[in-house]
Every structure is written in C-alpha cells, then in structure tokens.
Ligand binder design. Structure first.
Ligand code: SF4
Length: 252
C-alpha cells in the first residue's frame, strides 16, 4: 500500500522536462518541513488515501489515456490572447496517450513500495521521474531522478537534510538525474557552491537553479538575477512554469 494524496495530469513545470505532458502521482508523507513547502496537505502519511500498487498503476494508466488538462490561468490568457478572445479559448485542453509519469510528494523515497510501482509503470512503456529531496534512497531504476537538496533557506535541521548517505545511490541507480536548487537570496549561492564541491561527481550541466516562490509574482521577482547567476555558472534555469500556466492551486 502507498498513501496517495492526488493523481492528476498537467505539464511538467520544473526541470529539464518542462512542458512535457505528464501524469503526476503525489504520495503523502515527508520527514522534512520546508518553510516554502507548497504541498503542506501531503506532508503526513495520514493526509493520503492508502491504495495498493495495482490500483495506483491502473489509475495512472487510465489518466495517461483519458485525460484533460487543468484550466489555464487568467494571467496566461491575458499574455497570449487579446481581451476579446479570452472567452473563446477551448478548455480544458485534451491530451491523449501521455508517456511520462512523475512521482512526487511528500518524499517518495521513504516508501519501499515505489520499487514495484516504478517497475510496473516502466513495464507499460511509461517514462518515470521521481522528485526527491535526496535525503533517502531506494533502488527503483527510474528514468530520471530529480533531486532538490534542501539548503539552509528551507528552514529544516541540517541533520535531516544531509544527503551524503543517499546521493550517490540515487544518481547511480537512475538512468538520468538532475539537481534543482531552490534559490531565495543571492547569499544562498555560497552554500550551493559548497554543496557542489562536497559532491564533485555532480555534473554542472545537470544542475538547475530555481527561484523560490509559491506564486508566479514571487518567481518573477527573483527571475532576473537567478537566471543571470545560472548563465554565468553554466547551470540550467528552471522557472516553476506551472504557476504561470495554471496558477497556484492544487492538482496542477
Ligand atoms: S521536502 Fe518537499 S514535501 Fe517535504 S516539506 Fe519540503 S517541500 Fe514539502
């Protein structure tokens, strides 16, 4: 059994697969308490509904074949459509035969049942990304592990956010990896460089900087300098694009 907070379809809004239509499975349960957490409703295992792996696979496959996207935000419509046409936009947009699945949380790697889950999904030809803080590891053989190490700006105890016992396992087990750092202030960069020198096997081209923000306005306020810092240091830049497309709401 796994505790499921929600299953929904959207575009991936973060990282190298930004814009790829994906089915998201959010598991409930996390041992961290980040101050910028935007999924507080999925922090405790009791926040979700316990479901067997077979049922979860069925639901994901169903969503991948019969799905509708969430409605786009007013901001997105205003940017791309003249005022007169806003009500003409056909919604929700339907997309069929989605090939990508994102396991997120919560912290998926707390739960050994994700091993058979990932196996079953991959058997069905689905590409599986797992989003994690990198603080714990399981060998799942997923396609992409998307690690977002929690820095001091997350407000967690540094004992809990330590990744030294898990990072190499996560990276060596997955077929591909990316490291996403949430950046709040320019001073955060010093800690990020320290982190990268502690783990020299991390390739810079797989590192992305992501501005901290729970709303699109907050992301925009940091976008300019975070993007510039990323460019100057050979990192990628990842806006949280779903906030622009769909707004800050659940299930997108
Ligand atoms: S690791 Fe993710 S789910 Fe857990 S508290 Fe931090 S932001 Fe929230």
């Amino acid at each position: 059994m796994l505790s499921v907070s929600e299953i929904f379809t959207s575009w991936q809004g973060e990282g190298r697969l930004t814009g790829v239509p994906s089915v998201f499975l959010r598991l409930a349960g996390c041992h961290l308490r980040c101050r910028f957490c935007d999924t507080i409703y999925a922090q405790n295992v009791s926040d979700g509904k316990l479901l067997p792996v077979e049922n979860i696979v069925e639901k994901i496959v169903f969503n991948a074949q019969n799905t509708a996207f969430p409605s786009t935000s007013e901001m997105w419509k205003k940017v791309f459509f003249p005022e007169a046409d806003i009500h003409q936009i056909p919604e929700p947009v339907e997309v069929r035969k989605i090939s990508h699945v994102v396991l997120t949380g919560g912290e998926p790697f707390l739960f050994p049942k994700i091993i058979p889950l990932v196996h079953e999904l991959r058997q069905r030809g689905l590409h599986v990304t797992i989003e994690t803080s990198g603080t714990c590891a399981l060998r799942t053989g997923c396609d992409l592990v998307s690690i977002s190490p929690k820095m001091r700006n997350s407000g967690n105890s540094q004992v809990l956010t330590n990744v030294s016992g898990s990072l190499e396992t996560l990276i060596s087990d997955a077929r591909d990896y990316q490291i996403k750092f949430v950046v709040d202030h320019p001073e955060d960069m010093e800690e990020i460089f320290e982190f990268l020198s502690d783990f020299p096997f991390i390739e810079r081209r797989r590192v992305l900087l992501m501005p901290q923000g729970k709303t699109f306005e907050e992301i925009l306020a940091r976008e300019c300098w975070v993007q510039k810092t990323a460019r100057e240091n050979g990192f990628g830049y990842s806006p949280r694009a779903h906030l622009f497309w769909f707004d800050a709401k659940r299930g997108v």
